[in-house]
Write a new protein. Structure first.
Length: 222
C-alpha cells in the first residue's frame, strides 16, 4: 500500500548511485551514461509496443496531427516545432538540458525503428488494449531510470519536472494534466484520438510514478 501511495504522490526524481551531480555534465561516469541509455532504450521500446498495438497514437502526435492539418507543416515537422516550443518554455522554468536531452531523441527513435518490426500487431481489440497498457508501463519504467541519471530530460519530461517544481504537485498529476491539455488541443485542431491515446493520457503519469518509485525504493542513496 505504501508503494502504491508513493506512486501517485512522488514529487521528486530520486538521487541514486548512478545520478550525475549536474545535468550539464560532458564527462559522466560510465554507469551514469549506461543507465541513461538503458532507460531511453526502454522508453523507445515502450513507444514501439504502443505503436504496434494499433490502438491510437500518443497525445503529442495527436497535437502534431492537428497542427499539420491547420498548416503547411508535415506531422514530423509539427512534432519538431512542438518540441522547440516546449524547450523555450524551459527557460522560465529554469530547466537545465544535458546530453540526455540530445540522446533522448536519437536513442528513442532508434529503439522504435529497431524493435517495431519484431513486435506483435494484434487484431483483437482487447489484445490491442493490453499491449498498449504494457507499452505505457515500459515507457514509465524507462522514464524513471533515465531521469534518475540526471543528465538532462527530454522536452516533455523537462516540462513535467519544471512545472512540478513550480507547483509542488505530484509528478503523476502534473504529467496527466500536460497530456490531457495536449490531446484536447490536438483533437480540437482535428487530430485523431484512439482508445490507446486515452489510455496513454491517464496512464503515463502513474506509470512514470511507478518507474520513479521503483528506482527510489531499490537504488536511492541512504
Amino acid at each position: 500500500m505504501k508503494f502504491l501511495t508513493r506512486v501517485f504522490t512522488i514529487k521528486k526524481v530520486p538521487t541514486v548511485s548512478w545520478s550525475s551531480e549536474l545535468p550539464l555534465n560532458t564527462k559522466p561516469r560510465f554507469i551514469t551514461l549506461m543507465m541513461l541509455v538503458f532507460g531511453l532504450f526502454l522508453f523507445g521500446l515502450g513507444e514501439a509496443i504502443i505503436i504496434g498495438s494499433g490502438s491510437g497514437v500518443s497525445p503529442w502526435t495527436v497535437l502534431a496531427q492537428g497542427i499539420s492539418m491547420r498548416s503547411d507543416l508535415s506531422v514530423g515537422m509539427a512534432t519538431f516545432v512542438i518540441s522547440l516550443c516546449i524547450l523555450i518554455l524551459w527557460i522560465p522554468l529554469k530547466q537545465m538540458p544535458g546530453i540526455g536531452t540530445v540522446l533522448n531523441a536519437i536513442i528513442i527513435a532508434s529503439a522504435i525503428d529497431i524493435t517495431l518490426p519484431y513486435l506483435p500487431k494484434p487484431d483483437i481489440f482487447i489484445l490491442k488494449i493490453i499491449q498498449a497498457g504494457f507499452g505505457i508501463l515500459i515507457v514509465g519504467i524507462g522514464s524513471g531510470i533515465y531521469l534518475s541519471s540526471n543528465l538532462g530530460p527530454g522536452p516533455r519530461d523537462g516540462l513535467m519536472v519544471g512545472l512540478q517544481k513550480k507547483t509542488n504537485t505530484s509528478i503523476p498529476a502534473i504529467r496527466t494534466v500536460i497530456e490531457l491539455l495536449a490531446v484536447t488541443l490536438g483533437w480540437f485542431l482535428g487530430g485523431v484520438v484512439g482508445v490507446g491515446t486515452v489510455l496513454f493520457v491517464f496512464g503515463i503519469g502513474p506509470c512514470i510514478g511507478i518507474g520513479l518509485t521503483m528506482v527510489e525504493k531499490l537504488f536511492k542513496k541512504s
